[in-house]
Structures are given as structure tokens and as C-alpha cells.
Design a protein around this ligand. Sequence first.
Ligand code: ATP
Ligand code: MG
Length: 515
Amino acid sequence: MLAIAESSVLFGLAAFGVRVEVQIARGIPSFDVVGLAEAAVRESRVRVKSALAQVGVDLSEYRVVVNLAPADVKKRGASFDLAIAGATLAALGLVPQEALSGVLLLGELSLNGAVHRTRGALSHLRGAHERKVPRAIVPAGNAEEAALVAGMDARCVSSLAELLEVLSGRADASLPASRAREPAALLREDLSDVRGQPAARRALEIAAAGGHNLLMVGPPGAGKTMLARRVAGVLPALTAEESLDVIAIHSVAGLLASGGAPAYGERPFRAPHHTASDVALVGGGDQARPGEVSLAHHGVLFLDELAEFRRSAVEALRQPIEDGHVIVARAQVTARFPARPMVVAATNPCPCGYQGDASGRCGCSAERVRAYRARLSGPLLDRLDVHVVLPPVEVSHLQSTARGEPSAAVRARVEKARDAQRARYLAGETTAPTNVALGTRDLGRVCAVDEAGNRLLAAAVDRLGLSARAYGKVLRLARTIADLEGSTALSAPHLAEAIGLRVLDRGAPSASRAA
Ligand SMILES: Nc1ncnc2c1ncn2[C@@H]1O[C@H](COP(=O)(O)OP(=O)(O)OP(=O)(O)O)[C@@H](O)[C@H]1O
Ligand SMILES: [Mg+2]
């Protein structure tokens, strides 16, 4: 007899529907899996046979052929086990075929019949919902994800015995308990903890308002890491769709199980170590996993000690940051992951960190400082829009009992500025919902500069030697500064502040310069 179950395979976050056909006949015992199945999929026969034996189904007198269709799509992973087992039960006449139609089956079996959680369940479920598959049965370990897809009847089982009960109509699969948590990180670390550093706070606010990437330069202990950790807290709340994207990426990376994923509604904060490999940063490897730049999608990618990162790794980040996605290729399979984080980088001004310090404690030779700076220049630096130099924290600020402005107040201004940008985008005035992504033609339309502004820009190009790219960045930043102010017009003060945020275009960063 022939029976059919529905499952799917993932390419990046995209789920591709797979029909699992099982043909069973009496004969010399065999169990074959065909249909462009990789090793882990072919091994499912061992797991499925053993798990079926646990519920009293003996296949020793049957010839079983499993066909995964369409045959031209590569099948990988162990998540077909449940569909293969379900279709086998139907082919044996132990459960009705109708119980399987319109139901996505997903999950890996262990030899004793337990159903293990699977990576990427949320992406499988969203894909099934798009294909108009109305129901799903997934591992109990994926309950959190099953609760997230609105309009999908997703249920959970924890063993093959339970699946058998459910498919034969003797029991209901359990409903996933919705564990949607309050977004916590926004409240955990607040800007009110940061003393002084007005220039850095202002730069952070502008960067967040326009989605610009931020570079902080300063001596050890000035608060760079502290500020970076608070960027996500001033960004607007995620939409439901954005939240699902974030969780889907962490699910594919296998980070949901370990608790290493943001809660629903929470923006991710990723801070890879400077020794991280190219693959760790951009993604790839045997399993085509997402890298840090994708895990930080919709959140913050913090590159601490930027000068210490390997050149090749930084180079590898360039393309994704520009394109907003990563394409990971491995034998015959390509996976596409979104990658639109806000990049926040931090560095010391010199190897010892105290270059420009009033105490004169910096002992770095001019040659060493030059070599250190040289590591900072180049492709990635070009993409860091806002530069800010942090002086050491003044002792009077540390001694003061006054707290800094809280994140919520800053977030309110950022949200307003972002609303203005979105309104222009929705009205068709621009091609991007945030200023950081404005195209050249957009700049002409929404960054019209008056005469005084033009004179200022001309002087900046002349004296500071701004490149054409830096010129465009100044315009985008000025647009954001005007949006924060609620101004539709771009005027000279906006441009002047924007030019001041491009310190590195003027050459060497130094703490004394900012003072
Ligand atoms: N502006 C500040 N306000 C209050 N506390 C601060 C400030 N700057 C630093 N600190 C204190 O110093 C600690 C170290 O700060 P942080 O790690 O942010 O420094 P950093 O600039 O990243 O230094 P490094 O260059 O060594 O990485 C913080 O945990 C905090 O306790
Ligand atoms: Mg630090």
C-alpha cells in the first residue's frame, strides 16, 4: 500500500515542501530511501525502524520504499523521521491516510521512539503556512515556536507512541503552551547608568535614529562597551514579523535550545570575539548555518576592539552589511540569510589605549600608532557612518549622583525620527525606510541643501578632503539630525553636526581632538 505525508526541507530560512511517499509490500525485508537524500536522511530508516518496533510495529516481513519528492531538491537533516514514520503507519493501514493530509510532520526520532526537537522549526511552520498547509505536528521541544505562527494549527508530540494515538484519532496532540515572554533586555541595561560622555550619547542617538553604523574611539574604561550594550534599548520595538525573523534565524542556528536566543520582541545583541573566523561571522560551514551578522539581524552587531579583527574577517563582513543578506553556498545547495544589523564598533586610539590622554601616559611610538591606525582604515571603516571620540570619564561625572537620561526618553525621540523616515518611504519619496539606506537619487530628493549649507559642504570637501562616499554619508546623517529635530528642511547646523561626526575622514582619531 502507498501512503503520503507532508514535510519540508530548509534552504536558509526558506522552507520547501517535500512529499514523503511510502510504499509497503510483503517480501524480502528492505528499507530504501530515494529522492536525492543526503546521508542523515538515508539513516532515518534505522531510526524509524527501531522507533516503530517500540510501538509494536515489526517491519521484518516487508519491503519498504520511501520516496521524497520532488526528486530534484536535495533533502538534508533528520527532521523527515516523523513524516516517514507517519506515512509508514498509514501504508500499513494502522492509521487512516486522511489523518495525514494537510498536516506538516516534523521531527527527529531516537531509537527508543522519543521525538527530538529540530532546528529551524519556526521556518518550517511559516513555510507551511504560506503553502496553505493548515495543520502541523512538531516535537514538544519546539513548542515555543509552534505557538508563534498565527493562523496555523500546530500541535506537539513527544514520542512516536503519542503520534500513533493522535493519528488514529484516540487522542489530541497537545497544544503548545504560549511562552511569549516580555521583552526584557530593553529594561535590563539602561542609558541612565552611563555618566557623562555627552558626545557619545548624542552620536548613539543619531546612529539609532537613522540606522547608521557607529564607531566609538576611546581609552579603556571610557564606557564604549557599556554604550554599545545599550543601543538596542533605544531602537523602536520590533514588529511581529521582524520578531519572527529573529527567532527563525536563532532556531536554524540551534540557539533556541540553549537559551542563547532573544525572547519574542527582543532585539538581538551579538558581540563576536575578535578572533572569530570568517565562517563564524558571515555564516556557512558544512551545515550552512547563519553567522553572527545574521544572528544580529534587526539588532546590534558589536565589534569590540575592531583593530584586532583579522583583515579577512572584516572583509567578509563588508558584502553582507552592504546587501542586507548573506548567501551561503555549499555543494549544490545555497542558503540565504537576512543580515541587517546595526553595526557598532569600538576601538582604542592606539595599542596602549591612552594616545592623546592629558596625563601623557601613552607610551606608543609614532610608528606603532601609525601601524595600529592602518588596521582601522579601509573597507569596513568606510561603512561605519558615525565616528565619535570618547574622552576619559571626568571624575566629577563619576562622583555626581545625577543619573543620565534614561533609554526610554531617547527611544521616544528615535521612534519619532524613524516615523518621519517611514512616512517619506510610504509616500514614495524615498526607496528606503531608514536614512542609512537612502540611494543617490533619494539624496537629491530629500536632502536638498540651501545656499549656506552648500557653502559649508564645499568648505568641508575642500579643507577636509571628504570623498564622494563621505559626502553622501554626511547628507544622510544630516537628514537624520533634521528628522530628530522634526525639521523637513536641511540647514547648515544639521550639516555642520553631520560633518563633525566624520572625524576619521579628517585623519587620526585622538581623544584630545574631541575635547
Ligand atoms: N561613562 C561611564 N559611566 C559610568 N560608568 C562607566 C562609564 N564608563 C565606564 N564605566 C565603568 O567602567 C566599566 C568599564 O567600561 P567599559 O567596558 O564600557 O569601557 P570600554 O570603553 O569598553 O573599555 P575598553 O577599551 O577597555 O574595552 C563599566 O562597567 C562601568 O562600570
Ligand atoms: Mg570595551
